[in-house]
Design a protein around this ligand. Structure first.
Ligand code: IPM
Ligand code: MN
Length: 352
């Protein structure tokens, strides 16, 4: 029996509720595919911070390093100043564990849930590879004369050849393995960010020309990219982009695949572990009501299985999700599903 240790962080708001359903579905998959999943739960998040002042203790970080996979609900608490938990837990884990890829599939499972007219599942099926350790997220910057009329605020975008190259190589490899249109689009802003995206574009073509001649290379400015998400989403196969642009465009990606209720992503260290999460936030206003859609967390669980090499189990979870989305659910939005959070978990688990 194959056995995996998984760290589970429910986190804030509706995070724990959706993670409960994701674990339910993982357990159903484990039973069917004869896997042993050993969970260790961590109570990181706003409540712990408010109670103890701890954000992410060193000892917990050291433990998290050892897991091949982490399942995360959501981080963000209305009583905690924005940035403390997000930077202290989510970004710190992404950085310290060198999860330098943020993989975000944009896949429409049912045309009923697409806000774009006449779009079908075959039109919306692409993947965004977001650089996850650098760019504007690096935290470089500062204030001069803070709080005075002469105040200066700096926020610097850090782009290293090493960081850009490893992200691009992952994206090329991924495009090859995905084997759909074998097309990789770099999304950037070469006309304005003439340092950062000069490096990205040069590295993109150099690496592509040398090592991935079988992959078609395309470039799109980020503003045009989001226009095409709406106008011609079928043009995309795999997109690679920096941290900030990747953050922004994947929220639009989530909307065209049916919303935050279904969109999942993985923070991946290709040489190490991965942390999988719904891409939406903690949705505090829905906490504890049993109305939040757990499918994004369930899809994060699916990505986690796939990352662990349990491809068949991952496929089966996806099939069960598709079945639930197409035939059982009224709407993907919180409170409009026609059933409760735990009922959605039951539907997917039973379909497995
Ligand atoms: C995401 C989120 C995070 C990010 C926030 C919560 C820091 O928006 O995972 O996309 O900006 O990366
Ligand atoms: Mn985001």
């Amino acid at each position: 029996m194959r056995s995996y240790d998984i760290a589970v962080i429910g986190g804030d708001g509706t995070g724990p509720e959706v993670i409960r359903e994701a674990v339910k579905v993982l357990d159903a998959a484990a039973a069917r595919f004869k896997l042993k999943l050993n969970y260790t739960h961590y109570d990181l998040g706003g409540e712990r911070y408010l109670r103890t002042g701890e954000v992410l203790p060193e000892s917990v970080l050291a433990e998290l390093r050892k897991f091949p996979a982490i399942l995360l609900g959501a981080i963000g608490h209305p009583q905690v100043k924005p940035g403390i938990l997000e930077k202290g837990i989510l970004l710190r884990t992404r950085f310290e564990l060198e999860q330098y890829i943020n993989l975000r599939p944009v896949k429409l499972y049912d045309e009923r849930f697409c806000p774009l007219k006449h779009r079908k599942p075959e039109d919306i099926d692409f993947v965004v590879v977001r650089e996850n350790n650098e760019g504007l997220y690096s935290g470089a910057g500062g204030f001069i004369f803070k709080g005075t009329p002469d105040e200066v605020a700096l926020q610097e975008s850090i782009n290293t050849r090493r960081g850009v190259e490893r992200c691009l190589r992952f994206a090329f490899d991924y495009t090859r393995k995905r084997n759909k249109h074998k097309k990789l689009t770099l999304s950037g802003k070469t006309n304005v960010l003439t340092y950062a995206f000069d490096l990205w574009e040069r590295a993109f073509h150099e690496i592509g020309r040398q090592d991935y001649p079988d992959i078609e290379r395309a470039y799109a400015h980020v503003d045009a990219t989001v226009m095409w998400f709406v106008k011609n989403p079928e043009w995309f196969d795999v997109i690679v982009t920096d941290n900030m642009f990747g953050d922004i465009i994947t929220d639009l990606g989530a909307m065209i695949q049916g919303g935050m209720g279904i969109a999942a992503g993985g923070n991946i260290n290709p040489q190490g572990g991965g942390m999988f999460e719904p891409i939406g936030g903690s949705a505090p206003k829905y906490t504890g009501q049993g109305v939040i859609n757990p499918l994004a967390a369930i899809c994060a669980g699916q990505m986690l299985l796939d990352f662990l090499g349990e491809t068949q189990a991952a496929k089966a979870v996806e099939t069960a999700v598709i079945n639930t989305v197409r035939h059982k659910i009224k709407n993907l939005a919180a409170g409009k599903m026609g059933c409760s959070t735990s009922q959605v978990g039951d539907l997917v688990a039973n379909a497995l």
